[in-house]
Write a protein that binds this ligand. Structure first.
Ligand code: UTP
Length: 289
């Protein structure tokens, strides 16, 4: 059976980034850089590599630098050209005319609400959601692995990542059914379960492939954990009506919305680089004695 291809990806970028203040007071969290690239660019590149054709940003006030990042920078490019400098670092960031598409959330009422704001652009198609503050490193990349799994099973697929039991109250958590390789049937979902009540220690990281019916559920939202409209609660409504799987990612996740996770991402990616890796390694060794 063939499943409608996943051509569109939604990037919710309208959050306030309160865990990363003061850095995010006047700058979008998604523009924080890991080594030399903003988080949003990693996520957009992941989506394009996975075959996504339409990029949709759900944005808000104070986020215009995100839009500029994917546009032409005339002054910068003209000056660099005039000085004979290579444009390699910026050439392929610019998107084709008409892309990305931007929609506004107006108020950060939660991830479910952010995704719902893209409903008119998503239309009647399956779509991906990528949370850019979670940096995923793997080959093939996370979304590509999920798109390949989707080709086999269709329906809805979320990431499934093992975390220590004492951390499950921070995340959306999967209640697992039958497992087949990297795919696990999802029998229930719960957002931020109280300590000791989590159905498993499989959390849902920030990558999703969803059917458009989730937008219908979000038409009539319920306020969930933290007083926010939770995507997890809406996705849970689809279980039993449509195939629903968790996918265990072969790769590394860095939570860059968290200061420690962000520093770890910078260190790991810097060490992996040919140009600056040796210098960073020497320094880290000295620092750690
Ligand atoms: P987070 O909950 O990690 O982001 O949402 P946040 O709310 O900006 O951060 P903190 O917790 O206050 O530090 C994950 C992603 O979803 C987006 C965020 O921009 C981020 O990319 N988001 C979240 C929205 O677009 N709208 C929302 O209402 C909530």
């Amino acid at each position: 059976m063939t499943h409608k291809p996943v051509r569109k990806a939604v990037f919710p970028v309208a959050g306030l980034g309160t865990r990363f203040l003061p850095a995010t007071k006047a700058m979008p969290k998604e523009m924080l850089t890991v080594v030399d690239k903003p988080l949003i660019q990693y996520a957009v590149e992941e989506a394009l590599e996975a075959g996504i054709e339409q990029i949709i940003f759900v944005t808000g006030r104070g986020k215009s630098s995100l839009e500029d990042h994917f546009d032409i920078s005339y002054e910068l490019e003209a000056t660099m050209r005039a000085r004979g400098k290579s444009l390699a670092a910026i050439e392929n960031i610019r998107q084709k005319p008409g892309s990305p598409v931007y929609v506004r959330q107006q108020e950060p009422l939660g991830l479910g609400h952010a995704v719902w704001c893209a409903r008119e652009i998503v239309g009647d198609e399956p779509f991906a959601v990528l949370l850019p503050d979670e940096l995923m490193v793997g080959a093939p990349n996370f979304l590509k692995q999920m798109v390949e799994a989707y080709a086999a099973v269709g329906g809805n697929i979320v990431g499934a990542l093992e975390v220590p039991d004492e951390e499950t109250d921070k995340y959306g958590v999967i209640s697992p059914g039958r497992t087949d390789g990297r795919l696990t049937e999802v029998t229930a979902l719960v957002e931020k379960p109280a300590r000791g009540t989590a159905p498993s220690n499989l959390m849902i990281p920030g990558r999703y492939i969803l059917q458009p019916e989730v937008m219908k559920v979000l038409d009539d939202p319920v306020t969930g954990a933290g007083g926010e409209i939770q995507l997890t609660d809406a996705m849970a409504q689809l279980i039993g009506r449509q195939p629903f799987h968790g996918y265990t990612f072969d790769g590394q996740r860095y939570d860059c919305g968290d200061k420690a996770g962000y520093i770890q991402a910078n260190l790991a990616l810097a060490l992996a680089r040919d140009d600056i890796g040796p210098a960073v390694r020497d320094f880290a060794r000295k620092l750690l004695g």
